[in-house]
Write a protein that binds this ligand. Structure first.
Ligand SMILES: Cc1cc2nc3c(=O)[nH]c(=O)nc-3n(C[C@H](O)[C@H](O)[C@H](O)COP(=O)(O)OP(=O)(O)OC[C@H]3O[C@@H](n4cnc5c(N)ncnc54)[C@H](O)[C@@H]3O)c2cc1C
Length: 486
């Protein structure tokens, strides 16, 4: 047995040794590990919880099963190209994310391209469909910036504009709250939203923000997003597009911060099981090359910052503790898929804007909902376009080469540029458990588990926000606060 990083390490599988180690630990009291915390999962929630705990003086060990930090918002390497597992966009309203980025030394002004709130389609002039809607550059207070954006917008007629103004003033008057949740489709019908506005603005916004189609999406969660975008001051409604890869955007800087503050970060280390030792300590069994096989380590507190399914598996396996209620709410979350189709063209191919909305039509195999010109974000990615498909179960069922071809043809037609139909290379990435579905009345698990010293963190914990980077970060902060107060 050795004492490392303030935690006691022992090899499991040998019950006599385990029990002896346990007894010595418990007998010794908290001298070695009095403030030691295991954070399981190096996504944005886990990295944030670990940063906040390290900052408060706890001895933190962050375990991440994968080799790269970032979880569902991470860098991947494929065909010797560095990509993200999916194109992400942040909002100016992501106040906690921006704060933690700054805390760990990432400058948001450098790392993110700031754009005013917008929904811009290609080929507005003369073509069918599409609209051009951009919040004004000057910092007008809400709802004035929305009114100015509407006045200047193209592709919407008077009825569409009036219906948008009516909707936003009613929602503002209701404090962006509903007495009873319903679907986004029901909400839009209740407020007589025109079919055109629904198709060009509400549906793509709902898909992008909630990763759930309007007919199944929670109106209450949608209103919370609108409150912080259409209904907010200009800076909160800004759209922030990462210029650096997602692991560099926060998780890797967080790891440096944790290590600089006395903690350690173990990638390639999967926590297989947790065990409560006399209600005072937690034993974590860890496997992976990073820990040289299989090890057990003891901590005073644990943040389970994995996805909801893995959290349920870990909690379910804790012997002698009733975790059934927490497990039931974790496994009740329905997963939703997101697909990103990367298309590489010659480096001189670029779009006029960093990103566009696209008119999707699944019946016609027009799957793309947004397209990003990665070359305008990072010169090393010149000629690379990323096409996003949210709630993508049916697109993901297509054969990958056929999907990439269909998306390329959709771009060629939408931009009237035949060359966009002939990419040199493609990569289709589908995240089957990208987020949970934000459905009406969904009860999300709390951070607290009811077990002393064991808390949950992740984008799925209770919040008025959908499963996003900001919910993950806020959940990490809340989990750390619970342990700090324990
Ligand atoms: C394709 C895609 C596009 C998205 N677009 C956006 C967007 O535009 N804007 C936005 O705000 N959000 C977006 N999201 C959502 C956002 O990425 C997630 O909400 C957020 O990353 C979730 O972070 P998390 O820390 O809660 O969970 P995760 O990222 O899932 O982190 C959990 C981590 O735990 C690790 N782990 C699991 N089990 C173990 C174990 N036993 N031991 C050790 N480690 C373990 C996993 O490997 C993982 O790294 C998108 C998500 C996807 C997939």
């Amino acid at each position: 047995m050795s004492v490392a990083d303030g935690a006691v390490v022992d090899q499991p599988g040998n019950n006599a040794a385990d029990n002896a180690a346990e007894k010595r630990l418990v007998a010794k009291g908290d001298t070695d590990i009095s403030r030691s915390i295991a954070v399981i999962g190096g996504g944005w929630a886990g990295c944030t919880a670990a940063v906040e705990l390290a900052r408060a003086g706890f001895k933190v060990t962050l375990f991440e099963a994968a080799r790269v930090l970032g979880g569902r918002a991470r860098r991947i390497e494929t065909d010797r190209k560095l990509l993200d597992n999916g194109q992400h966009i942040l909002l100016g309203a992501y106040s906690e994310t921006l704060r933690v980025m700054q805390l760990v030394g990432v400058d948001p002004a450098q790392a993110l391209l700031k754009l005013p709130l917008q929904m811009r389609y290609p080929r507005v002039a003369g073509g069918p469909g599409g609209m051009d809607f951009v919040a004004p550059a000057m910092p007008l207070p809400a709802p004035l910036h929305l009114a100015v954006a509407l006045l200047r917008s193209k592709g919407l007629d008077r009825a569409d504009k009036l219906s948008l103004l009516r909707f936003s003033s009613t929602a503002r008057w209701m404090g962006w709250q509903l007495h009873q949740d319903c679907t986004v489709t029901e909400l839009l019908e209740r407020y007589d939203q025109t079919p055109r506005l629904t198709r060009l603005l509400w549906r793509p916004l709902c898909l992008a923000a909630l990763n759930t189609p309007p007919e199944r999406a929670s109106a209450q969660v949608f209103l919370a997003v609108l409150r912080d975008s259409l209904g907010a001051r200009r800076a909160a409604s800004d759209m922030l597009v990462p210029r650096v890869d997602l692991s560099a955007l926060l998780p890797e800087a967080a790891a440096k911060y944790i290590e600089a503050n006395g903690g350690s970060v173990r990638t390639g280390a999967k926590v297989q099981a947790l065990r409560s030792i006399e209600g005072r300590l937690w034993q974590a069994d860890i496997s992976g090359a990073a820990v040289g096989g299989m090890w057990s380590t003891y901590f005073n507190g644990v943040v389970v910052a994995t996805g909801p399914n893995q959290a349920a598996a870990l909690l379910h396996g804790i012997a002698g503790c009733d975790t059934s209620a927490a497990c039931a709410s974790l496994i009740a979350l329905e997963p939703e898929t997101i697909t990103t189709v990367y298309l590489q063209f010659a480096p001189d191919i670029r779009l006029d804007l960093p990103f566009y909305a696209l008119l999707d039509d699944a019946d016609n195999h027009e799957w793309g909902q947004f397209v990003f010109d990665r070359g305008q974000l990072d010169p090393a990615q010149a000629g690379l376009l990323a096409v996003v498909i949210s709630a993508s179960a049916s697109a993901a069922a297509e054969q990958q080469d056929l999907l990439a071809e269909a998306v390329a043809v959709q771009l060629a037609v939408a931009f009237q540029r035949p060359e966009l139909g002939r990419p040199q290379w493609f990569k289709v990435i589908t995240e089957k458990r990208a987020t949970h579905a934000s459905t009406p009345g969904l009860v999300r698990p709390a951070n607290a588990t009811g077990l002393p010293g064991l808390v949950l963190a992740g984008d799925y914990t209770a919040s008025d926000y959908p499963a996003t980077i900001e919910s993950a970060v806020r959940s990490g902060v809340a989990a750390a606060r619970l342990l700090k107060g324990a």
